[in-house]
Design a protein around this ligand. Structure first.
Ligand code: FES
Ligand code: CO
Length: 318
């Protein structure tokens, strides 16, 4: 499964405190914790002794202590203590299973396999003010969630009065290009939006630029007409299981006035409109080999599905 060789976000940098934090990635339970040096570690959430969930344990003296028999593991995964045998030096084979974890874009990223790239996807220069929205735990697959983010034809219906209106339901012909490595891009899409941003004073034409960053991540840049603030949203998705995902929207904005809370309220309102539709879609896995009707307005969805097929993605698709 090629997805194992990608980096995926599993938590925000600040989410890992004194207690172990359980997360799921590609169907595997993981535990994140901070070792004695302050570094975040990602282990399989399964003790090598009897399979108990390490995330039910505690961090003691910079080591992760299993809740069942108290075995303790250091940041390298080595078992350092077996309380039932105080004089025993545990062998290397008693180690917990450790995965690579890095920090980037304010998030922690894990690769379960052999990293195909040294780091998570890079971002172009974006406005410096960053506001994180989420996490949102969504009962659908990561590719269904990303496809919704790339879809403009639903604005008039799902986001009526906000990002669209039935009077402007038409999707004009728009161009989809590909990056050198085959990722779909929509360089310019004009959308009429009654309330495009938290600070919008009325309807405006907004120029959208979409870029798929990885199989389950995408960037949207929004430039309203006039001198209204420009926004970029990065949708980072953790493919937790084949039919559930965890989503963060990281907003970069030139808006220096609107408080964080108002920006969060706006994005939460938008996502609350998307969520019931997203979670109603069946199948929850994104169909890559037909089975759903396509029209010309769906050309970005079609390009995204072709990209997933070409990339050999098998997780969360059918
Ligand atoms: Fe973890 Fe026994 S199951 S110490
Ligand atoms: Co939407």
């Amino acid at each position: 499964m090629i997805e194992r060789d990608h980096w995926w976000p599993v938590a925000l940098d600040g989410d890992v405190g004194a207690a172990p934090l359980p997360v799921a990635l590609l169907g595997e339970p993981l535990v994140l914790w901070r070792d004695g040096a302050g570094a975040v570690q990602a282990f399989a959430d399964r003790c090598p002794h009897r399979g108990a969930r390490l995330s039910l344990g505690a961090v003691v003296g910079g080591q992760l202590q299993c809740p069942y028999h108290g075995w303790r593991f250091d940041g390298d995964g080595r078992c350092r203590a077996i309380p039932a045998l105080p004089g025993f030096a545990p062998p290397v084979s008693h180690a917990a299973y450790r995965h690579a974890v890095v920090s980037a874009h304010g998030l922690l990223w894990v690769c379960l396999g052999t990293p195909a790239a040294p780091a998570p996807p890079a971002l172009p220069p974006l406005p410096p003010r960053r506001v994180v929205h989420g996490p949102f735990d969504v009962a659908t697959s990561a590719p269904r969630a990303i496809e919704n983010f790339l879809d403009t034809a639903h604005f008039a219906w799902v986001h009526d009065g906000w990002l669209g209106a039935p009077t402007h339901a038409e999707v004009p012909p728009y161009e989809v290009t590909l990056t050198a490595d085959g990722r779909p891009v929509v360089p310019d899409y004009p959308a009429w939006q009654p309330r495009a941003t938290a600070s919008a004073q009325g309807g405006a034409w907004v120029r959208y630029r979409y870029e798929v960053l990885s199989p389950f991540a995408a960037l949207l840049q929004k430039q309203p007409e006039g001198d209204a603030p420009a926004d970029a949203y990065v949708m980072w998705t953790c493919p937790s299981t084949p039919e559930t995902c965890r989503v963060w929207f990281v907003q970069h904005t030139t808006d220096t006035i609107t408080p964080d809370e108002a920006l969060r309220d706006f994005q939460s309102a938008i996502f609350a409109q998307d969520r019931p539709i997203l979670e109603s879609q069946t199948p929850k896995r994104l169909p890559l080999s037909g089975g759903e009707a396509m029209c010309a307005a769906d050309r970005l969805s079609a390009a995204y599905r072709r990209y997933l097929r070409a990339a050999g993605v098998t997780f969360g698709v059918c």
